[in-house]
Design a protein around this ligand. Structure first.
Ligand code: ZN
Length: 463
């Protein structure tokens, strides 16, 4: 079975084969830990999780590295402005190290709630300062760097095809880069490799270097870490579409300039989350929704969000609204009920149906087409295959979907307070006290349980 992925570098869907099968080296740009991730960020991590699970489903062995940016990312993205971590520290009256620690944990908790498989290697930028300095020295030896007042910069005019990832004209990239004026730079697109600490103030995070005390630029960490942990196995590099023009373009330039060899072969980018009104979700837009506030605190299963993202292919913008959340909630509930029913009626353990497995794999192997994959799931569940085979097959699909379908219980033992309400409602129904029955149903549901009245009586379960 062949896996096809859309490669931003070539702007085409290409057949993916790892350099050294069955091993795959995957690098995904991680969070800058100065604030919570918003659900638009998390959409990107869900897409990367699907990519990883699909590769595993195809028998590949994925080594996944994710960085934690805990220094060097400035408010302007282009080496101007304040350090996001130091600014966060000031905002919250903590040290930059405490801020990093706190938001790293919050991020990991979000991933867990979304059933995102942890990377093989987590790596903090502040743990690879030596490697980053080493890489900058290499670039310096090869004549790609120059020094100005606030740091050591990469001269993008010395790197041919600087715009090969973004496919934009160089002038357009320069135009974008001019928003932040640094008159000392030779070219608008040049970027910092090493920034000096301000002469008049001591930073919380700073290190000695051959050029002076300071801290690394944002882009160099990802080049240093991917080379350190993946060595030559540079198969796939992922991020959000907002990484294409600056961050990933600069990673490619500095990495290929330093090694003289091609950097990653495949570049995959996840599209934005769009909220009502057509705006993309971004911290800077002030429409910042966290998983905690939008799901956990509302008693909504975070996996509803995971399921919601499957409704759009990862390269297409995803609309987010109360209606889309409601639709995903109902869709996931329906799927879980279908699986619960199968568990109730399947008399034996079945085998995965190869025909349906191939259909599903064809969908996900087609550039991770999850909407198509969900259509296959429903086709399977509506087919006349025997329940045991259906169940085995849908649980096999869940290795990719990650919706905890294997954890659905047929007979749930209810907590005492819920059981009391259930008993009261049974009695009310026997006595045809319909208003009371409805009230009790609302009470049970308010406590996070689903109530279904069917021919066999009332079913109550945690969805
Ligand atoms: Zn990165």
């Amino acid at each position: 079975m062949e896996l096809h992925l859309f490669n931003t570098l070539t702007r085409t869907k290409e057949l993916f084969t790892p350099l050294d099968p069955p091993q795959v080296g995957l690098y995904t740009c991680g969070p800058t830990v100065y604030n919570y991730a918003h659900i638009g960020n998390l959409r990107t991590y869900i897409f990367q999780d699907i990519l990883k699970r699909v590769m595993t489903y195809n028998g590949l062995k994925v080594k996944h590295v994710m960085n934690i940016t805990d220094v060097g990312h400035l408010t302007g993205d282009r080496d101007m402005g304040e350090d996001k971590l130091e600014k966060g520290a000031e905002r919250e009256g903590k040290t930059a190290w405490e801020i990093a620690e706190y938001y790293t944990e919050a991020f990991k908790k979000d991933l867990k709630l979304l059933n995102i498989v942890e990377p093989t290697i987590w790596c903090k930028a502040t743990d690879t300062i030596g490697e980053q300095i080493g890489l900058i020295r290499k670039l310096e030896d090869k004549g790609y760097t120059y020094r100005i007042g606030d740091g050591i910069y990469f001269d993008t005019s010395k790197f041919e095809n600087y715009n090969k990832l973004s496919h934009q004209k160089l002038e357009a990239l320069e135009e974008g880069a001019r928003v932040e004026k640094n008159p000392e730079k030779r070219n608008a697109t040049d970027f910092a490799l090493w920034k000096f600490s301000p002469p008049d103030a001591k930073r919380q995070m700073e290190w000695p270097s051959p050029w002076g005390v300071g801290f690394p630029g944002w882009h160099i960490e990802c080049s240093a870490m991917s080379m350190k942990f993946l060595k030559e196995r540079l198969d796939i590099h992922c991020g959000g579409t907002d990484h294409i023009d600056v961050h990933h373009t600069n990673e490619i330039a500095q990495s290929e300039a330093a090694t003289g060899k091609p950097f990653f072969r495949f570049w995959l980018h996840g599209a934005f989350l769009i909220i009502s009104g057509g705006k993309k979700m971004a911290k800077s837009e002030g429409n910042f929704l966290t998983l905690e506030a939008s799901f956990v605190k509302k008693g909504l299963d975070p996996l509803v969000y995971r399921f919601a993202t499957f409704q759009s292919q990862y390269r297409k913008p995803m609309e987010y609204s109360p209606e889309s959340v409601e639709a995903a909630k109902n869709g996931l509930l329906h799927l879980r009920n279908q699986v619960r029913t199968l568990k109730e009626i399947a008399s034996s353990t079945g085998d995965v149906d190869e025909g349906f497995k191939n259909k599903f794999r064809e969908a996900v192997n087609n550039d991770l087409n999850m909407p198509q994959a969900l259509a296959v799931v429903q086709e399977l569940l509506k087919s006349d295959l025997d329940p045991a085979a259906k169940l085995a097959t849908v649980l096999d699909y869940d290795r990719v979907m990650g919706l905890d379908l294997d954890k659905i219980e047929v007979q749930q033992v209810l907590p005492d307070d819920i059981q009391t309400l259930v008993d009261a409602r049974k009695k009310a129904r026997e006595e045809k006290q319909w208003d009371l029955s409805d009230q009790l149903r609302d009470q049970i549901q308010a406590l996070g349980y689903e109530v279904q009245d069917g021919p066999k009586g009332m079913k109550v379960f945690k969805p």
